[in-house]
Design a protein around this ligand. Sequence first.
Ligand code: 5GP
Ligand code: MN
Ligand code: MN
Length: 325
Amino acid sequence: RDMTGVNRVVTAISGGDDWLIVTHERPDGDAIGSSLAVAHILRSLGKKFTFMVSEPLPHRFSYLPMFDTAEMIASPVVRTYKRVIAVDCADEARFAPVAACIDEFAEIVNIDHHQTNPRYGAAAWVDPAAAATCELIYHVARGLDVPLETGLAMCLYTGILTDTGGFAYPSTTRDIHQIAAELLACGVQPYEIAEPAMQSRSWEQVHLMQMALANLAVSNDGSYAALYVTRGMIDGAGATDDDAEGLVEFARSIDTVEVGMLFRETVDGKVKVSLRSKRRVDVSRIAQTFGGGGHARAAGCTLAADLDTAMTTVVEQVEQALAEV
Ligand code: 5GP
Ligand code: MN
Ligand code: MN
């Protein structure tokens, strides 16, 4: 592990005060876990912070202490910040919805684990070998000598659990299990996190799942599969965009499939694409050709196109990638 990276970040954080915490839009467990873990760390250091978001956080993470400290961005913004900690953000566009409250000369601390991260910011620590940004935040807490009280440990565990798919994805290492064991020693109760964060679903979400599974299709050779979610389906199910999270797993889970895809119409008439692979295809490269990014086995992008065009265009790239490996 690159410990000069953690030192850069530790020095930057201890040298400044009045921090803005930001993460990526449509935040997942690692994004929220990392943000709230940083909030715990800053509070523990006696520093001022604001965790700014552009949409309400998914309710399933409401067991996290300090969940309610997330502040909705005002329009126009009340003030701007000169010091920013960005967590789990592969690039600066990922926190664009809260960019209006960032000073143009702000010092940005970039803590992330996406291989496509261009290492933006004044102090960056990007480690693609990390299973979750929360794994890096654990080392930041250690580096700052912040005690791992239960609340902080719960935030870190949430990001680690969700980003490893419950300690199952190839990113799962001995190190991450050791960190998890330590978090349990700090009072984390695994089921109290796994149940709300990973297992529980609203009826609306399951209803949306029923509709999406009806259109799940697999290629003739079985190597890729896709499903889609339209605005009509989301509205019809009474679901939210976040309820489509995880549907791509159904495509990926088919035994013959290497690449799974989910296409979701967005409110502003674009198409959000989620890409997953098992062993061979680097889906982050496919996502990058459309201006997105991510990890080798999980990546995403957004296309300014209608659903049919987006599907045809992305499938073409996936077929090409499959032919090359
Ligand atoms: P998901 O498909 O669940 O939205 O995202 C899968 C992975 O790709 C996540 O690690 C996420 O951060 C990353 N990702 C998703 N969409 C984008 C995007 O538009 N740009 C970049 N750089 N990364 C993305
Ligand atoms: Mn994330
Ligand atoms: Mn992550």
